[in-house]
Design a binder for this molecule. Structure first.
Ligand SMILES: Cc1ncc(COP(=O)(O)O)c(C=O)c1O
Length: 397
């Protein structure tokens, strides 16, 4: 990640040193590069930040519009039942699992804030056993949330197939761990963890009383085979299992700006999390929950979007492979993960910029050296944009 601290502050008050030590947030860094290119009059094919450009389906926008009450009063942490009932329906259809909307589902303001706040549930900054395990490269909020909660961040370096195998970590690390993050389908690599490996991951966490949270926010963006969920592992929904899963409507339904996520799983952990979230009052607005309920109740639009992302992915992968590049993992998610020629992701991302193609070098997602030999393309431009980007890359590769 870029070494520069995120918070430049010239005043006299003493900032939290943990905050000052964090590197620039990757999307901030990549958006700066894009803005500089645009300011220089360059054409930019923006595969940088994973924010889809396809419109939110009209029925979702309508649901939001009509649900704004005359007086929008404080939302509660649990929210109205509608969104939880709708998510339970989705979980039954998509995953074949039965969730109790009253006790096993919580709405969140996007999944990012849930990822950020979850360490506060289990991390005791004064205790030696305060380790938080997360995939590296990975979504940078696992690291940031662990650091700011006073946890001990433990990146698990991934390579090869980019599947995270927690059971391979030393037992001394597992003994010190309170929270383990896994992410399937994985950002940035698109790797998918099998049901059997999910089961093994949970067995390892259970043995060491670790809260296991599976970030499954790309569950509905897949290309050949629908990914498995931690919630499908037999026993994962037993009270006290220590298993939670995180979902999002950002990519599934084109709702990044609405901030609509879900945490589901072990009812004891959900009850504790609900209590935690009353402190800052973390609760999506009722009108967002209504729009989210509409989105979780419909699979047709999600399937249309999935096929569209698949078409973009095919275009990109076919081209990259035709010029001799290696696409790694990339079985699902909103991303294509490409090995850089010569093994230097930063240099390759800079070279792609010559063609106006903006990607994220693997270093943006890594705390260790893992993944720095790759770049990530987010499937953002429309099909015509992808075709134009392919032609621009053809000229320089
Ligand atoms: C792995 C992962 N988790 C969580 C999120 C947060 O998504 P949102 O807050 O839009 O639901 C992202 C966003 O890119 C992500 O890549």
């Amino acid at each position: 990640m870029p070494a520069e601290g995120v918070t430049r502050y010239a005043g006299r008050v003493r900032l939290n040193p943990r905050l000052a030590a964090l590197p620039t947030y990757p999307t901030v860094a990549i958006d700066r590069v894009r803005d500089a290119l645009l300011a220089a009059g360059r054409t930019v094919y923006d595969f940088g930040t994973g924010d889809p450009i396809e419109p939110t389906p009209p029925f979702i926008r309508e649901a939001l519009r009509w649900s704004i009450a005359d007086n929008c009063r404080y939302p509660t942490v649990l929210g109205e039942p509608g969104v939880r009932v709708a998510f339970a329906g989705y979980a039954r259809r998509r995953l074949g699992v039965t969730l109790d909307p009253a006790t096993e589902i919580l709405p969140t303001s996007g999944s990012k804030e849930a990822v950020f706040h979850l360490p506060l549930l289990v991390v005791d900054p004064n205790s030696p056993d305060r380790t938080v395990i997360f995939p590296d490269p990975g979504y940078s909020v696992y690291y940031r949330g662990a650091v700011l909660a006073g946890g001990h961040p433990c990146p698990q370096p991934l390579s090869g197939d980019y599947v995270q195998r927690i059971w391979e970590l030393p037992v001394e690390v597992l003994r010190q761990t309170r929270l383990a993050w896994i992410n399937t389908p994985h950002n940035p690599s698109g790797a998918v963890t099998s049901l059997d490996d999910l089961r093994r991951t949970w067995e390892t966490c259970r043995e060491h009383d670790i809260l296991l949270v599976s970030d499954e926010c790309y569950m509905d963006v897949w290309f050949d085979e629908a990914p498995a969920s931690i919630l499908q592992v037999p026993g994962a929904l037993e009270p006290g299992s220590g298993v939670l899963a995180i979902y999002s409507l950002s990519k599934r339904s084109g709702m990044t700006g609405y901030r609509a996520g879900i945490v589901a799983g072990d009812r004891l952990a959900i009850a504790a999390l609900r209590g935690l979230r009353t402190n800052p009052g973390l609760a999506p607005q009722d009108f967002v929950n209504t729009a989210a309920a509409a989105a979780w109740s419909d699979d047709v639009h999600a399937e249309e979007r999935r096929l569209l992302f698949g078409a973009k992915r095919k275009l990109l992968v076919d081209f990259l492979e035709s010029v001799g590049l290696t696409v790694t993992a990339s079985e699902a998610s909103f991303y294509v993960w490409v090995r850089a020629p010569g093994g230097d992701g930063d240099a390759f991302a800079a070279r792609l910029l010559e063609a106006g193609v903006l990607t994220n070098p693997g270093s943006f997602f890594a705390v260790t050296a893992a993944g720095r030999d790759h770049v990530r393309f987010a499937l953002v431009p429309d099909l015509d944009g992808c075709r134009a980007a392919v032609e621009a890359m053809r000229a320089i590769l």
